[in-house]
Ligand binder design. Structure first.
Ligand SMILES: O=C(O)CCC(=O)C(=O)O
Length: 263
C-alpha cells in the first residue's frame, strides 16, 4: 500500500492529460544522485538496457513512493517497469536533437505507457536539456516535417534540479538543446506499462471535484478538472485543433475513471 499523499490529485491528473507531462522531485537519500552521476561520468560505453545493472542505485529512484505514486495514478497499481531503458549522455559540444515523438501517435484514448526521465544532476540551460512541447501528445504531424521545426512557442526546457523525474506521455513532442557546457549531461529514460484497464480511479480522487460548472469567462484561470479539461490550451492552438485534443483528453479521463465512453 502506498501513502495516498503520494498519489496525484484530480487536478494534477487533468493537467497531465492537457500538458502531457508531470514533474516530481523525490526526496532521495542524501548522496544518491551524486553517486549515480559519478558512476555515469566514469562509464566508457553505453550498456543499453543493462544500465540498471551497471548502476543498480537507479532502482532507489524508481522505488521512491513519490515516483510510484505518479505511476500508480496514471497506469494503475499493477504497472510494470519495461525492460527497455537508456542512458542519454550528451557530451560537451554535442548538438541539438530534432523534435520527435517516441510513439506512433495514434491519438489513443488510453494511457497505457509512460516515459520517465530521471536526471541525477541539476540541468542548466547550457547543458543540453531535454525540451518538451506541452500539449502535443495528441497532435499528429509527419515526423520528417516535425523534425524541421526549430523553436516552438511554449516549449519547455527541462532545466530541473538533481533527482527530478519527468513523466511524459509517450507521444509528447520532445528533443534537446545542444550542450554548450563543459560537462556531460546525464538522463536515464525509463518506460512503464499499464497491465490492466481501470475499473475505478487509481489516484487521489474526490467525486465532488467533478461538480464544478464550466466557466468560459474564467477559462484562463481554470483550477478544477472540468474547466482544465475543457479549456486547457498550453500552446494556444486554433479552435479546430483544440476541439480534437479536448475530445481525446475527455475520453482519456473517462477511461481512467473506469467507464470508457462508447463513441
Ligand atoms: O537526451 C534527451 O534529453 C532526449 C532523448 C530523446 O529524445 C529520446 O530518447 O527520445
Amino acid at each position: 500500500m502506498i501513502d495516498a499523499n503520494y498519489l496525484l490529485t484530480d487536478v494534477e491528473l487533468a493537467r497531465f492529460l492537457v500538458n502531457g507531462y508531470h514533474l516530481v522531485e523525490p526526496d532521495l537519500p542524501a548522496g544518491l544522485n551524486e553517486r549515480i552521476a559519478e558512476k555515469l561520468d566514469m562509464l566508457t560505453s553505453n550498456p543499453g538496457d543493462a544500465i540498471s545493472e551497471t548502476v543498480p542505485e537507479l532502482w532507489q529512484a524508481l522505488d521512491h513512493p513519490a515516483v510510484r505514486g505518479v505511476l500508480i495514478s496514471l497506469l494503475g497499481s499493477d504497472y510494470t517497469v519495461n525492460s527497455h531503458r537508456h542512458w542519454h549522455c550528451k557530451l560537451p559540444g554535442s548538438g541539438y536533437m530534432h523534435w520527435h515523438q517516441d510513439g506512433a501517435n495514434n491519438r489513443n484514448t488510453q494511457i497505457n505507457r509512460l516515459l520517465g526521465l530521471y536526471y541525477p544532476h541539476t540541468i542548466s540551460a547550457q547543458m543540453g536539456p531535454t525540451v518538451i512541447v506541452p500539449g502535443t501528445q495528441f497532435r499528429n504531424a509527419p515526423t520528417d516535417r516535425m523534425s524541421t521545426y526549430t523553436n516552438i512557442r511554449g516549449q519547455v526546457p527541462l532545466t530541473v534540479r538533481a533527482g527530478t523525474v519527468a513523466f511524459t506521455h509517450y507521444d509528447l513532442w520532445h528533443g534537446t538543446a545542444s550542450n554548450r557546457s563543459g560537462v556531460k549531461r546525464h538522463m536515464i529514460k525509463f518506460l512503464f506499462n499499464r497491465t490492466n484497464q481501470n475499473t475505478a480511479p487509481t489516484w487521489n480522487h474526490d467525486p465532488d471535484e467533478l461538480n464544478k460548472p464550466r466557466d468560459w469567462d474564467a477559462r484562463d484561470k481554470a483550477q478544477d478538472v472540468n474547466n482544465i479539461l475543457a479549456f486547457g490550451n498550453p500552446l494556444g492552438v486554433s479552435q479546430s485543433d483544440h476541439y480534437k485534443e479536448r475530445q481525446i483528453r475527455h475520453a482519456c479521463w473517462d477511461e481512467l475513471m473506469g467507464h470508457p465512453s462508447t463513441n
